[in-house]
Design a protein around this ligand. Structure first.
Ligand SMILES: [Zn+2]
Length: 430
């Protein structure tokens, strides 16, 4: 530990050395799954690859992908590579389409998780004297637990409040003098709204300085709004149940997402052909866990689109960088032949003065034809000024300038869109 880095040796390791470490660990993990799990064994045999065939990092391309479909098929513990007795903790994601995804951890996996989360929170500026209000929902989901483990490893105080009961959140934030808030970005905005209703000033009446946000797609424009609203530095977190939960990356002071590449190996592929792309190209993120015991993932296809870079960062870290997620390929919409991600619409809306952070994209399907419209809540102040047709027109123009697509925008009364204490539902179907 140093003032700048939680793990200086790994975080500033020369790239060539890091790649040697990755190769050594990749060879170990391929051997390990081949020897310890029937499914993996058969999968590798099918493509005629044995562990001894992995001689360079490029050889990872010989291995088959792991998909959500595979996870469903082997639900709940079919991909476990240890004895079931070795598992000390289990998480699961909701599984929006079908069975949940299960994340089992051995004692060492739990340690590893705490370690990568400590790196991430340390990079955000969290220290021993901080008080982290953990407003992610406690339960089967990984989120709250990962943040708790990392913050406690650092020695910070964790308030295990979970999500919901928003007035109580505000009182606790005030009384316990929380300095860091961990939750979804949209929930932090709802909290600010409730704080104001209770007569507080989010900037002046609290001690918050760091936001640890994740579990939701949010634009840079939304990040700016969150930062202004609370006067904090807002950091992004990213992870998946299939890989470890949050902690796959850490965001530095320069707001670059560094991959914890000594434990997670990233590839970028063409989502249509599965072909491996070069660093710097946009494609689907694929991860291999290099050190996990209970459930190692080999080449897991995330459906998340991003760019991956191997270049030095001003923060001093050498760990490779991935861009923020452009969108899940599952969220992608095709409207009149134009590819649309919800985050692009959010970015456009946030540019319009007088638009609040509450909006909804309404998707209408007639046969095979999808059309979109947007409903936004103006801020109270803008609402009182009237002439909302001007606001609608401005928002439509901003969307058009990004997408080259006309999407009608309707201004609706403030506080009509349902608020969420977890993931905000930004796209609805009518
Ligand atoms: Zn950096």
């Amino acid at each position: 530990m140093s003032e700048k880095f939680w793990d200086p040796k790994i975080e500033t390791m020369p790239l060539s050395e890091l790649k040697n470490l990755q190769l050594k660990r990749l060879r170990n993990i391929v051997r390990y799954v081949y020897d310890n799990n029937k499914f993996y064994h058969e999968k590798l045999k099918e493509v005629k690859v044995s562990p001894s065939n992995i001689k360079s990092l490029k050889d990872i391309g010989k291995l088959p992908f792991l998909t959500k479909q595979d996870l469903r098929e082997f639900y709940p513990f079919g991909l476990v590579c240890t004895e079931i007795d070795e598992i000390v903790e289990v998480h699961a994601s909701s599984g929006t389409t079908g069975k949940p995804v299960v994340g089992p951890y051995t004692q060492n996996d739990v340690e590893l998780w705490g370690e990568v989360m400590a790196r991430a929170l340390w990079a955000n500026g969290l220290r021993k004297n901080d008080v982290m209000q953990n407003s992610y929902g406690y339960g089967l989901f990984t989120g709250a637990h990962g943040f708790e483990k990392g913050a406690q490893k650092i020695g910070a105080m964790v308030i295990t409040i979970s999500s919901g009961n928003t007035k109580r959140q505000i009182n606790v934030m005030k009384d316990f003098e929380s300095t860091a808030l961990a939750c979804t970005p949209s929930y932090s905005m709802y909290m600010a709204e409730v704080a104001e209703e209770m007569g507080f000033d989010p900037v002046k009446d609290f001690k918050l300085k760091i936001g640890c946000f994740g579990a939701e797609a949010w634009s840079e424009e939304m990040r700016n709004n969150v930062e202004k609203r609370w006067e904090i530095t807002a950091h992004e977190h990213y992870g998946l149940t299939e890989i470890i939960g949050p902690g796959v990356v850490l965001e530095c002071r320069k707001k670059k997402l560094h991959v914890n590449a000594d434990h997670f190996l990233t590839e970028i592929i063409d989502p249509n052909t599965g072909e491996t792309l070069e660093a710097g190209e946009e494609g689907e993120l694929v991860y291999t866990t290099l050190t996990k015991e209970a459930f190692p993932a080999l080449r897991f296809r995330t459906r998340d689109l991003a760019v991956y870079y191997e270049e030095p960062c001003e923060c001093g870290r050498t760990l490779p960088i991935q861009s923020r997620i452009k969108g899940r390929s599952d969220d992608m919409m095709k409207v009149k032949g134009v590819i649309v991600f919800p985050s692009q619409i959010e970015a456009a809306l946030m540019k319009v003065k007088g638009v609040s952070d509450n909006y909804q994209i309404v998707k209408t399907k007639k046969g095979d034809i999808t059309s979109l419209s947007v409903e936004v809540e103006p801020t109270e102040k803008r609402y009182k000024e009237g002439h909302l047709d001007n606001l609608e027109k401005q928002a439509e123009d901003e969307i058009y300038s990004i997408l080259n697509l006309h999407v009608p925008v309707k201004a609706i009364d403030p506080k009509t869109i349902p608020r969420s204490t977890g993931k905000a539902k930004r796209v609805i179907e009518r």
